[in-house]
Design a binder for this molecule. Sequence first.
Ligand code: BDR
Ligand code: CA
Length: 350
Amino acid sequence: MRQKIIADVDTGIDDSLALLYLLASPDAEIAGIAATAGNVPAAQVAANNLAWLDVCRAPDIEVALGAAEPIAIPLRTTEDTHGPHGVGYAELPRSVRRLSRRTAAHLWVDLARAHPGEIVGLCTGPLTNLALALRIEPELPVLLHRLVIMGGAFNHPGNTTPTTEWNVHVDPEAAKEVFDAFAAAPPQRRPIVCALDVTETIEMRAEHLVRLATRANSYPVELVTETDPPEARSAASNPIVRYVTDAVRFYFDFHRSYGQGYLAHMHDPFAAAVALDPTLARTRAATVDVELAGTLTRATTVADWAGMWGREPNADIVIGTDPDVFFDRLISRVGDFARTVHPPAAQKLR
Ligand code: BDR
Ligand code: CA
């Protein structure tokens, strides 16, 4: 039985890897993709999702456009982190696939109602569309099999302000609505929250791209370095490896420019891996709420680990993982998938 998944993404370099991970996983069936505004505007997110489906020669998977703006505030995007189109230095071919006729919020509601208890929701962007879906269908916390969220920072600094994580920062009202709604969920349906505390331990490095290319039988096997100029482009024979290399190299450059080293945090593919296999993560239950009023701390996620608020836990927060196990899985799955979709004999010599 393949796990049905709704992927709600703001693609995004690491969202791209999350999608590839799901597409490459034999135990996953992507029931639909919601394009959420965040790293780049929703229309660009949708275009990126469709383009990745083309590059992966994926079957017809529904991609639904999300709201253009967060629930209560103007949209803020971050092209400096993810590149002008959200995929770093990669220049994905424009897709001719069409967008769904329903909105991202309706995609959530319709699919969850059609498959009660069967769908895992994976959110790797702001929670705008899930919050809108909850307004239409408040029973979503029990209709979904499980929800996995990449977002928040608990006992860890923020990556957007000193205390806030990007996805929650973009739409804090939506995040609060989602966490509040899941207060009603039974323990086995509590969202698993992959926050910066753990996702910043998922450090991708140039060697991981070498291993990916090797696994995919892509040639030449390239070692990107921090001295590569921005205009450099991968010449990898395998298109998936080529676009991933160009996308991730931008993310390496971004992290390096903020003094984090020549690496990239793979927040979203880690969340995708947890969505398919929660045993990858050690979790601890807590009550999570989102600060909306603070002048310095607005959009901060606060975890009550000890029940001081007297409220039931509404989240299982990831507190530990083994990054090597995750990277082994990412490289083997996406590498094998890339080699199968674009067999070496059929690859263009460049
Ligand atoms: C999150 O912010 C986005 O820029 C990434 O795609 C990830 O989902 C990390 O804070
Ligand atoms: Ca994201």
